[in-house]
Design a protein around this ligand. Structure first.
Ligand code: UD1
Ligand code: CA
Length: 453
């Protein structure tokens, strides 16, 4: 049966106390609504319809996608009214309702729910809670069949004792939805058009309401304030940490690890505390990552060692290479096999050949460094003339003396050597030594100044 998904995301989220629309607040580096949309996509529906209202322009701008249909709800008159706004765009046989502020819902739970939907049956996701205050309550008859949902504010004392709550997530046959929504009234405690009233209408029309529950109650937890947002974040991170450990990663402390994107891992990877992985990260077998590292959109080949406090973005580290502590690899930094980058070294758009080394205190930008070359401490590629960027290209087995300035564009042949403190402004041919500094002069009998009395 074909499927349309409607995501409700028009609410204000007053308790966030934020200029940012609630559904754009991030969990694990991605907006809550982004999580819901991605999960919706995994179900490969015919259409995804996002109902927006508060901060609509910002939401539309941030999440625009060819496969998304944004529907405007100018006034928030209730969840039933919100779904009704999407109605004209719905064409599939089944409709699944999700919420932009309930980000951790799992695909597998939704698949179970969707299996319940037929012409004669709808699927309702419920959750049994020790304290269901605020939730709509699932009212069942003596035979245990669902008859209605009563909102907390409309519920009697007896109904408030029901611990089975409505998650809000539901899947219905599309054929009757329009008619049901058209019959909703707002004469209730909140003066809203409740989507939940559809349940009693369906039962009246002879349909069966089948229920499913999530495996984990956090899947259906919404975020109304920043405290709940932090709870969702922690839950997400725990789940991510467990998944990695299951795949063979040692996390020195799973409570001090953050994943804000996607990572693929090999075997016997070791990650020390306070490591943040962001974007798309690839970590191969035997990689070790020290404490306090930030790694974004990077590839770490077999046996790489990233020492503590290193910052990587858009970098690729070859097999057996290492960097840090305190290394900074910026976009386009590529380390060959067994290359070595030491402390306080910054690379940007720079390729370090196999076995090449830059051990200390260097800036290497727009550079190509041949295999086994050694970059002395304090070496700087002067790649920017104030207007344009220029390249530094060196061959294999080059030795750059400490504190050399390589004024680009400039090239150095294989086995070239520069004297310490040199300013290199023109080509150094193969096997040449370049000394680009003033000759030392000694002044005998030099009198040091003395303090005025
Ligand atoms: C709703 C359910 C309740 C359930 C609870 C679970 C109804 C009437 N009640 O209550 O049974 O236990 O969720 O959290 O559905 N929204 C719109 N437009 C609107 C109104 C709401 O987009 O006009 C969106 C909100 O942004 C929010 C979601 O729908 O993301 C739920 O709305 P909310 O008003 O928070 O419903 P609850 O009172 O929590
Ligand atoms: Ca709510």
């Amino acid at each position: 049966m074909s499927l349309d998904i409607v995501i409700l995301a028009a609410g204000q989220g007053t308790r966030m106390r934020s200029a940012l629309p609630k559904v754009l607040h991030p969990v694990a580096g991605k907006s809550m609504l982004g999580h819901v949309i991605d999960t919706a996509r995994e179900l490969q529906p015919q259409g995804i319809h996002v109902v927006i209202g508060h901060g609509a322009d910002t939401v539309r701008e941030r999440l625009a996608g060819d496969d998304l249909n944004f529907v405007m709800q100018t006034e928030q008159l209730g969840t039933g009214h919100a779904v009704a706004q999407a109605l004209p765009a719905l064409t599939a046989e089944r409709v699944l309702i999700l919420y932009g502020d309930v980000p951790l819902i799992e695909k597998s739970t939704l698949e179970r729910l969707l299996l319940q939907v037929s012409d004669q049956q709808l699927g309702l996701l419920t959750v049994t809670l020790a304290d269901p205050t605020g939730y709509g309550r699932i009212v069942r008859n003596a035979a245990g069949q669902v008859e209605a949902i009563v909102e907390h504010k409309d519920a009697s004392e007896a109904q408030r004792l029901i611990t089975e709550g409505n998650t809000g997530i539901l899947a219905v046959p599309a054929s009757k939805l329009g008619e049901w929504l058209g019959r909703l009234s707002n004469s209730n405690a909140q003066g809203e058009y409740y989507l939940t009233d559809v349940i009693a209408m369906a039962v009246n029309d002879g349909l069966v309401v089948a229920t499913e529950q999530p495996l984990d109650a956090m899947e259906v937890q919404g975020a109304n304030d920043r405290i709940q947002l932090a709870e969702l974040e922690r839950h997400y991170q725990q789940r991510a940490a467990r998944a990695l450990m299951t795949q063979g990663v040692t996390l020195r402390d799973p409570a001090r690890f953050d994943l804000r994107g996607e990572v693929t891992v090999g075997r016997d990877v070791m990650i020390d505390i306070n490591v943040i992985l962001e974007g798309k990260v690839v970590i191969e077998d035997g990689v070790q990552i020290g404490a306090n590292c930030f790694i974004k959109d990077s590839i770490l080949r077999k046996g790489v060692v990233v020492k503590a406090n290193s910052h990587l973005e858009g970098a690729e580290m070859g097999e057996g290479s290492d960097c840090g502590p305190f290394a900074r690899l910026r976009p386009g930094a590529v380390l060959g096999k067994k290359a070595h980058v030491g402390n306080f070294v910054e690379l940007k758009n720079a390729v370090l050949g196999e076995g090449a080394k830059a051990g200390h205190l260097s800036y290497l930008g727009d550079a190509e460094i041949g295999a086994r070359s050694n970059i002395g401490a304090g070496t700087i590629t002067c790649n920017y003339d104030g207007a344009n960027k220029h390249r530094t290209v060196m061959g294999e087995d080059v030795f750059i003396g400490s504190n050399s300035s390589l004024v680009a564009p400039v090239s150095l042949g294989d086995r070239a050597v520069t004297g310490a403190g040199s300013v290199i402004t023109s080509e150094v041919p193969v096997d040449n030594l370049a000394v680009g500094r003033a000759r030392q002069r000694n002044i005998a009998g030099w009198k040091r100044p003395v303090k005025n009395k």
